[in-house]
Design a protein around this ligand. Structure first.
Ligand SMILES: [Fe+2]
Ligand SMILES: [Fe+2]
Length: 504
């Protein structure tokens, strides 16, 4: 040790530590029991540590030394390397890191303009809308016209028709939809403010009398891709770890199943095929999400809640890639896009080598190879869903929040996850609108309504996860009817979906 220029402190020798083979790389001067845990660490400034130690010995003021020691011990450990699983890791196509700041009116204007630009481009691909002109140029025209714009206003007229005011950067146009065209009238009544659409009609005086309304929608030609191999995906959401109502036993059964230790032979075989597990928000119960929530928490702090969810998810076999987004309970800002969980908040989760954390919403691609284009998976927690369940006639009369698939289909036709301002809290990024559904996904996964649903719309598989929390006082108030402990599992070879039930 003397040869290496290292002093040994008495506690080091008395502590029974083994003498290190080499200490030269660490450039440590005094080897004591306190610094043993730091020897493995790469970025330790030994000089600073020794200086602080010298101050402590000279003045008996140990604050600086202890602070540095503590910071070094707590330094975020490196994420372990991803396991070599049977399937390739997911590709993150888009995950947003838009910072929240104070926005100006101009930012909102630019944000809506960005939305109009993208959705207009989609609408112009429709053969009947290719000649759509700027709305200002329609003012003096008459006869057959086609128009594209953002819905500034929609209301019923005294005569029982629907009036829509469309606007674009150049001006606006008034569209009248007559109740004598029942099919078109139904479409018009379901229109939400701030969505972007196309209209074909005839112009008479100040009004365009609509003959057709065209939504950006999912193309009819969307292909139902099937994977030429054995792989399945499973979808869970709304675990709410830390809640007094968390369904521990049921979640334990799910974990046993995904490990191949629970269920019928057929169900165990299905578990073996699972390559990707999607966790679509509300991983933890959160703190202060609704009045009186503190009475319904067993783990009152976010740190303990994230530790718990990390423990639970660590039981998922490492060969399965887990992809998780935040929801409205997860202790981060509500404004969407919500960024991926940060290490400060969700440190224990980062220890899972098979976990990918992305924003809400985000787009993930799985299983792309030279022979297969891959599946595009759109993830959105679903905070906006309640608004459309209540405000859109067709959805409300079909069952509202009990019909997640109706809401999801509606939003796919709009190619937007929360078109109406205020249906979700949005970050008005002036450069783009991340809630536009730009890419047609193969899967649209969500949660939030605590009710599982599976449906197909133009070959897009829509899935809403259920939940792992019994009904809370808050959900009763919201009119939600939870259907917990269900897990939709999709066989990617056949695109068949099975909903496994882990409840009683
Ligand atoms: Fe939830
Ligand atoms: Fe939620």
């Amino acid at each position: 040790m003397l040869d290496a220029g290292v002093l040994l402190s008495p506690d080091y020798l008395q502590g029974g530590y083994e003498l290190p083979e080499s200490v030269a790389d660490n450039r440590v001067l005094v080897l004591s029991g306190e610094v043993v845990p730091l020897l493995e660490k790469e970025q330790v400034n030994w000089g600073e540590l020794e200086k602080a130690r010298a101050i402590f010995e000279r003045t008996s003021d140990q604050r600086l030394y202890l602070t540095i020691l503590e910071a070094l011990r707590e330094e975020a450990p490196q994420k372990p390397a991803a396991p070599s699983g049977a399937f390739p890791p997911p590709e993150v196509v888009s995950s947003y890191q838009v910072e929240a700041k104070s926005w100006k009116v101009q930012d909102f204007v630019s944000h809506l303009r960005a939305r109009l630009t993208v959705l207009s481009r989609m609408l112009r691909e429709h053969k009947d809308l290719q000649g759509a002109a700027a709305l200002r140029r329609l003012q003096d025209s008459s006869g057959h016209v086609c128009a594209i714009g953002l819905v500034r206003e929609k209301r019923d007229t005294k005569g029982g028709n629907v009036l829509i005011v469309l606007e674009d950067q150049s001006g606006w146009a008034k569209i009248l939809v007559s109740s004598s065209k029942p099919e078109l009238f139904r479409v018009a009544r379901d229109i939400s403010p701030d969505e972007v659409l196309g209209v074909i009609g005839s112009k008479k005086g100040d009004f365009i009398f609509a003959n057709d309304i065209i939504l950006p929608d999912i193309p009819l030609s969307t292909e139902l891709k099937k994977y030429p191999g054995d792989c399945a995906i499973a979808v869970i959401s709304d675990i709410h770890a830390g809640s007094i109502n968390f369904l521990e036993q049921e979640f334990d059964r799910f974990l046993q199943w995904i490990r191949g230790e629970f269920g019928t032979e057929e169900q165990r075989q299905l578990a073996k095929k699972v390559g990707y597990l999607f966790v679509v928000g509300d991983l933890v119960a959160g703190v202060g999400v609704y009045p009186g929530q503190e009475e319904e928490l067993v783990l009152p702090g976010l740190a303990a809640q994230f530790k718990r969810i990390a423990e639970l998810l660590s039981r998922v076999p490492e060969r399965i890639h887990i992809i998780a987004i935040p929801g409205n309970h997860d202790g981060i800002r509500l404004a969407e896009p919500q960024p991926a969980f940060s290490p400060e908040l969700a440190g224990p989760l980062l220890q899972l080598p098979n976990l990918t954390l992305v924003s809400n919403p985000s787009l993930i691609r799985i299983l792309r190879s030279d022979d297969f284009p891959g599946f595009d998976v759109l993830l959105y927690h679903g905070y906006s869903f309640v608004h459309y369940a209540e405000s859109v006639d067709t959805i409300r009369s079909a069952g509202g929040v009990d019909k997640p698939e109706e809401i999801m289909r509606y939003l796919l036709t709009r190619r937007h996850l929360a078109p109406t301002h205020g249906s979700a809290i949005a970050v008005p990024d002036p450069a783009c609108d991340p809630l536009v559904i730009d890419t047609v996904p193969d899967f649209f996964l969500s949660g939030h309504l605590h009710k599982s649903a599976v449906a197909n719309y133009r070959n897009v598989t829509m899935i809403c996860g259920s939940c792992w929390e019994q009904e809370t006082s808050f959900q009763k108030k919201l009119g939600l009817h939870p259907e917990p402990a269900r897990v939709p599992v999709i066989d990617l070879r056949t695109r068949d979906v099975k909903v496994l039930k882990f409840g009683e």
